[in-house]
Design a protein around this ligand. Structure first.
Ligand SMILES: NC(=O)c1ccc[n+]([C@@H]2O[C@H](COP(=O)([O-])OP(=O)(O)OC[C@H]3O[C@@H](n4cnc5c(N)ncnc54)[C@H](OP(=O)(O)O)[C@@H]3O)[C@@H](O)[C@H]2O)c1
Length: 311
């Protein structure tokens, strides 16, 4: 099989995949066009439409990330070619830490202490026990399920939400529209780990934000498209005085890098991070990619994404 690799570190990926798949021919997108065109498989993160359009002989695509929204939005994506995505691949652990940090930031009042420090104000906020700090996790997939369980193991009451019914030890699971309506009023911190799809677009809108309890907080390591930004800013309110929404920790944005003109950068109750919640450790991702390519080429069953559902 001939595999074309397209990512920032394509040469390192090429060498490492060649070691794992000694019978395969592995190329990078720097190879001449006539060689690229004959690729059977593409292993890529955000390929350009020009590159994807050249690849007319593809039998399969491996998306080098957990989110396939950019791949599915690519106008040159060939129809009917199976797509495999990374499943956890070492990302769930760091994202669970990111979610923990976000939840503790609000539950232990670090947001308030930061603002008090700027005023040289020494005042202890009344402590709130973890057992009284319910957390919601939207999306219970390869990453969301691990995050929900990590928070439950830490002692937070956790509610999870997915499209289809799920069962997770220690997590109160909800699904579908009614499930979301049940979950939102219950949670003091809401963690978003849904994929970016047409059905999840701006799912956190004015109505969803209004359904959260007064003083709730939002943590988004998922996708920027999940949030209606105007509704978020409205729920946060202006300045340091806490609005209906106490604060937000945001890692993903509709446009990345987040434009300098975005009011989120300077909002005193918003923490912005540059899409760093879930770095992909090369070793685990390589093992998954090599195995997916081997299995697809051997005609074995592989778990592919559902292009209609968008994840
Ligand atoms: N910030 C970062 O660095 C970073 C890194 C990696 C991933 N991510 C983001 O994290 C997301 C989740 O990754 P994952 O690997 O856990 O995804 P996944 O395994 O595909 O799981 C997606 C979860 O979302 C649920 N879901 C999808 N559409 C839904 C809908 N319309 N209503 C309710 N639930 C819905 C699914 O429900 P079912 O269980 O019923 O299918 C599933 O539980 C990725 O798509 C990506 O956007 C971010």
């Amino acid at each position: 099989m001939r595999v074309l690799v397209h990512t920032d570190a394509a040469e390192a990926w090429r060498e490492a995949l060649a070691e794992r798949l000694p019978d395969a021919e592995i190329l990078t997108s720097a190879a001449p066009a006539d060689e690229r065109r004959r690729a059977d498989y593409l292993a890529a993160w955000k390929p350009s439409a020009a590159l994807l359009g050249e690849l007319t002989a593809l039998k399969g695509i491996v998306n080098l990330g957990a989110g396939v929204d950019a791949m599915l939005d690519n106008p040159a994506l060939p129809r009917g070619v199976p797509i495999v995505k990374l499943r956890d691949a070492g990302m769930a652990g760091p994202i669970a830490d990111y979610a923990r940090y976000g939840v503790l930031h609000f539950q232990r009042d670090f947001d308030r202490y930061r603002r008090q420090q700027a005023r040289t104000e020494w005042r202890e906020c009344p402590p709130v026990d973890k057992a009284d700090w319910s957390v919601g996790v939207l999306g219970l997939g390869a990453i969301g399920a691990r995050v929900a369980q990590a928070l439950a193991d830490d002692g937070f009451p956790v509610h999870g939400w997915s499209r289809s019914p799920r069962t997770l030890p220690g997590v109160r699971c909800h699904h579908g529209g009614d499930g979301l309506r049940e979950l939102l009023p219950e949670v003091k911190s809401l963690v978003l780990l849904l994929p970016g799809t047409p059905a999840t677009r701006e799912i956190i809108d004015a109505e969803a934000l209004a359904a959260l309890p007064e003083g709730a907080s939002l943590i988004n390591p998922g996708r920027g498209s999940l949030i209606d930004e105007a509704a978020l800013l409205d729920a946060l309110g202006d300045g340091e005085a806490e609005g209906r929404l106490r604060g937000a920790l945001l890692d993903a944005f509709p446009e990345e890098p987040l434009p300098a003109s975005s009011p989120l950068w300077s909002h005193p109750r918003v923490l912005v991070t540059p899409h760093m919640a879930g770095p992909t450790p090369l070793g685990e991702a390589l093992d998954q990619v090599a195995e997916a390519l081997r299995a697809m080429d051997a005609g074995e069953d592989v778990e592919t994404i559902d292009p209609e559902a968008g994840y």
